[in-house]
Design a binder for this molecule. Structure first.
Ligand SMILES: [Fe+2]
Length: 387
């Protein structure tokens, strides 16, 4: 047992969750509910824009709702993407925001909403609680099962001058609605299903095992781990399996609720450093690092990792063995779904010092179960590279 119900905590979820196959049909009604006359879609320029956007806008056209589209959000969204989206919204006089896509457009839309509503530039909002009040009505339609950003208060944006990922966090960034339609995930390629799925699993594992965990987020994290473990292989290799797609989408949203009320930890600190330096896919970085960070932190979170291990299939009676099994089960999962390895990213030995420094600076470092400083991060990056 690891009771976690003695320390005080508060829990708030301002986001209405609309879940189910075909739920995008509800979009016109939701826009009316929030009195939005001309929404702005914020999305990327790839297949989401070409294939999925028309599947959503058809319902707005049927309902006679005018809309605008900003489709220039890149992966690991950049500061200039946010400034451009905000400028576009202001020029087009839109009065609501719909983020369509994975974590990048959703995070970008959150940060842009502050500028659209209150003016200024992105730098004015770096950090926490800088947004003065409610932002324009904001609806999120995720097209990956990964970031959980549809239910979180944070946005991670790359500052291209500093080459550093900045967090913009506000209680007003909690979307009005998370519109979760598993139908939109069916065309997601295997590699992205795998990488985003491991991102979601990492959110759940870090939320449950970190020092900031609390009971409501624990409940969400544990069920997220179960749903993702059961569904991820099937979603990767049998993409039209709606049970698997639904399991992944629900799992990633629950993991988002979990880590936004608890925290993430060193896997994310290291993954964000790698994402900033190499523009590498966030989920891939997490997948590579997760087993190493778990192994390194094991002595500091035996009971919690043991519970994770048992949810993922360990039958060990002994906690230490079940915790070790958790590490091995995650390793095997990453292998099975054929994610790239550290050598594919091309991490350079001479960058380790910088990566370790960036990881230490990350606000989630104190949340890792094992206390981490630059020294430990150097050690961990070396272990991962030399494995
Ligand atoms: Fe993440």
């Amino acid at each position: 047992m690891n009771p976690n119900v003695t320390k005080p905590f508060s829990f708030e979820l301002p986001t209405k969750i609309e879940f189910g196959k075909g739920s995008i049909k509800k979009l016109p009604q939701l826009l009316k509910e929030f009195n939005v006359k001309k929404p702005l879609f914020i999305t990327g320029s790839g297949s989401t824009r070409k294939v999925l956007l028309p599947k959503v806008t058809v319902y707005l056209e049927e309902a006679g709702i005018e809309y605008a589209v900003f489709d220039k959000i890149e992966a690991n969204p950049k500061d200039y993407n946010i400034e451009a989206a905000a400028k576009f919204a202001i020029e087009n006089k839109t009065d609501g925001i719909i983020a369509l896509g994975g974590g990048s457009p959703i995070d970008a839309a959150k940060a842009a909403s502050a500028i659209i509503t209150y003016g200024g530039s992105l730098k004015d909002y770096y950090g926490r609680w800088k947004v003065k009040g409610p932002v324009q009505p904001f609806i999120v339609i995720p097209t990956t099962a990964g970031s959980g950003s549809e239910v979180t208060f944070s946005s991670v944006i790359t500052d291209t001058n500093e080459q550093f990922k900045k967090t913009v966090k506000s209680q007003y960034f909690g979307p009005k609605v998370a519109l979760l339609d598993p139908d939109l995930l069916v065309s997601l390629p295997a590699s992205i299903t795998a990488a985003t799925g491991i991102d979601a699993l990492t959110h759940a594992i870090e939320a449950y095992s970190c020092t900031e965990s609390e009971p409501v987020s624990d409940a969400c994290a544990l069920y997220a781990i179960e749903l993702i473990s059961e569904s991820i292989r099937e979603a990767v290799f049998n993409p039209t399996n709606m049970d698997a797609r639904s399991g992944m989408l629900m799992g990633s949203t629950l993991a988002g609720i979990a880590f936004s009320h608890s925290d993430v930890a060193s896997v994310h600190c290291m993954a964000e450093a790698m994402g900033s330096l190499y523009d590498a896919a966030h989920g891939v970085c997490n997948a590579i690092l997760l087993p190493y960070v778990m192994e390194y932190s094991l002595d500091y979170a035996v009971e919690r990792y043991a519970r994770i291990g048992r949810i993922m299939g360990s039958t060990a009676a002994d906690d230490r063995q079940a915790a070790k099994d958790a590490v091995e089960i995650v390793k095997q999962m990453v292998k099975d779904i054929k994610l790239p390895t550290l050598s594919d990213i091309g991490i350079k030995k001479e960058d380790i010092d910088k990566l370790a420094h960036m990881s230490e600076e990350n606000g989630s470092t104190p949340s890792n179960p094992r206390p981490m400083t630059k020294k430990e991060y150097v050690e961990l990056f070396n272990i991962a590279i030399n494995d």
